[in-house]
Design a protein around this ligand. Sequence first.
Ligand SMILES: [Fe+2]
Length: 290
Amino acid sequence: MNNFKENFDKYGFCLIKKNFFIDEEIKNIENIFDELIKGQNEKVEIDNNCMGGKSLAVKNFIDEKLEIKRFTNKIFNDEKLINTIKKNVGENFKISEITYRRSYPGDIGLGLHQDAIGENTIVINLSNNDFNGKTCFLKSSHNFDSIKKLFKSSSISDKLTKFSKFFLDFIDTSRGSLIMFNNKVWHGRFPNKSRNFSSSLLIGVYREGSNIKYEDENIFEKIKNKLDYKYEIDQRRNLEHSSITKSQDGSYFINYEKSNKENNTIQTYKNIKTKIYISFLKLIYSFKIR
Ligand SMILES: [Fe+2]
């Protein structure tokens, strides 16, 4: 039975494949990132600030280490996995970016937030089977009002997120597993209270027809040229799609309107635990204790 798509639509996330990568492959990849983090490669971007304290993000590494490309391509060369991803986000999806994230012991995590419409993420869990430093989700919250609308804030504070564990979901946190989520679902990074770092690779995936906005045309070109996946090669053709328009400021848009079917889905799924949590947050925010 294939219920990936059902879970993805209903909850906003799903497990794509348990333990897809084996320990040896992961050890190899972690060694490469150890090297990159310590190294002096100017092309590789290491961001210590973008994800809160005691965590870092590594970007622009895909052309620097062939092994990482091979590792990630294993997903996109697997017919079964590709079909699952296509079922979730449509036939002509586009890979936008790949980021390595590491959360060190003492990392306070990242509060629940939402990202761009049309954005989805495939997460490759590279570390051990616990919640520390892992991505957490509020089930079905992509069907509710946005955080911005409800709380006039772009995110729920990391402190509140930390105390909300009972309401949050983690899907499969085991090493080598692949999960996928709709970035509209309220999500964040759980604090790392363990003695080990927790790490993952995050692959940004946009469905065909989603809004894609890059503030800087150069970034768009860089990403387009950078990603050389077998599957992505097909997607480049898609970039010439008639629905893509370039705005005056140089950013690109893909026009996308929600189908009635999708709107109905949004109305249909509600989740009681999520409802209770949102009510709880509203109460907390009404007292201005964040
Ligand atoms: Fe996010």
